[in-house]
Write a protein that binds this ligand. Sequence first.
Ligand code: FPP
Length: 251
Amino acid sequence: MSLEPIALQQLPKDLDLQRLPQHVAVIMDGNGRWAKNRGRPRIMGHQKGVDILKNLLYCCRDWGVPALTAYAFSTENWGRPSEEVEFLMTLFERVLRRELEEMMAENVRIRFVGNLEKLPQSLQSEIAKAMQDTEANSGIQFTVATNYGGREEIVQACRAIASKVEQGYIQATDIDEDLFEQHLYTKGLHHPDLLIRTSGEMRISNFLLWQMAYAEIYVTDTLWPDFDRSEFHRALLAYQKRDRRFGRVNI
Ligand code: FPP
């Protein structure tokens, strides 16, 4: 993906353009604590979290990171209080409706990954529209993991492949990593180079389990609603200092 001139101008001088991650994934943790620290209901944290995510999306675009994936709702998040789950579902829908026009104007390609069939029907419709409308956009690739679980993604891929074997379309010996990839929700998406998790938790939490094999993990104590451009700058500086060997040795 080619960089627009604006990216070259705005990239902080201490970052190396040649060593930018091609895909950043984020676990946006700490919304509830951020709100609680201010004596506000947890949902205020999620609301603020949306603005932070939008800022990060534009920051990636401006600095030349071509793909961003955000973990918005996990398969385990259904276990939260029903009012919070309902708030989040309504928030996703409202944000999609509100932002779609701007995302089109900004040439953003939106994709949702996860078991989308379990989401409320009205949200599914907004998701389908956003994905269809932005499909041909050639700018930053923005992926939102919603009702997403890495284990569930792997199991559904196995089921789809097994069914093809059963029906005789392929043989068991045809199954390799490339074929497996083709059955993941993230098919065609570059694997994340950098995973950022906010709020200090050192866990992957069932996020992109297959795709994260060689991602560099960056954890900050900062809560998601406080994760601004300077925090992202720090994360990229840390990433550029890493020695990525992919299992090999550097001689
Ligand atoms: C984790 O913080 C955050 C979430 C489960 C929700 C994140 C969702 C958004 C920021 C909205 C994104 C919107 C769109 C349209 C993509 P937490 O509640 O677990 O915080 P805590 O650990 O402090 O309780």
